[in-house]
Structures are given as structure tokens and as C-alpha cells.
Unconditional design. Structure first.
Ligand code: ZN
Length: 90
């Protein structure tokens, strides 16, 4: 990762990288350095912040519904529904 989007608030490569690590982050399995990276990004990036709170809520729900393990199919369905209903084409 070499490009630094200084002064630019637009979502780009950093976002995809942050989102890629998001799951690991939410699982609590991300190394501290990466956590700092993501947190830093999140403070500057609203779309990603939204996404994170979204996923956190999702996980909380799934955890409550299925005490063992979240069926991937359920997660997939929810994510699909969410991405379809996601706001923000501008
Ligand atoms: Zn972002």
C-alpha cells in the first residue's frame, strides 16, 4: 500500500483493504498493527464506519440467534439484503 489519500475523503483502495480485514478485526483476530490501521481509517472514513457498525450489529444478532456458529448461508443472505438496501449512490 503506497498511495496515501491525503486530504481526500473519497473511498478507494484503502477502503477495500480495510473491509477485507474487517472480518478478522471483528473476530478479534487481527494483529495490533492492523487494528491501528483500520481504526485510523475508520475515523476518517464514514462509509467504512457505517459498514463496521453494520457488521457489528449483524454479528450481535447472529450470535444471539445462533449460540453455536453462524450458518454461512444465513450471513450471506443477510449481507445480500444489506448491500441491496445500502444507501449511498452519492
Ligand atoms: Zn473507507
Amino acid at each position: 500500500m503506497t498511495a496515501e489519500a491525503e486530504g481526500s475523503a473519497s473511498c478507494g483502495e484503502e477502503c477495500s483493504e480495510a473491509l477485507e480485514r474487517l472480518e478478522t478485526y471483528l473476530d478479534g483476530e487481527l494483529p495490533h498493527e492492523d487494528i491501528d490501521d483500520i481504526r485510523e481509517h475508520l475515523t476518517a472514513c464514514y462509509p467504512c464506519t457505517d459498514r463496521v457498525s453494520f457488521e457489528e450489529q449483524l454479528r450481535a444478532i447472529v450470535r444471539r440467534e445462533c449460540t453455536d456458529e453462524a450458518p454461512p448461508r444465513l450471513l450471506l443472505r443477510i449481507e445480500e439484503a444489506l448491500s441491496e438496501g445500502l444507501p449511498g449512490s452519492d
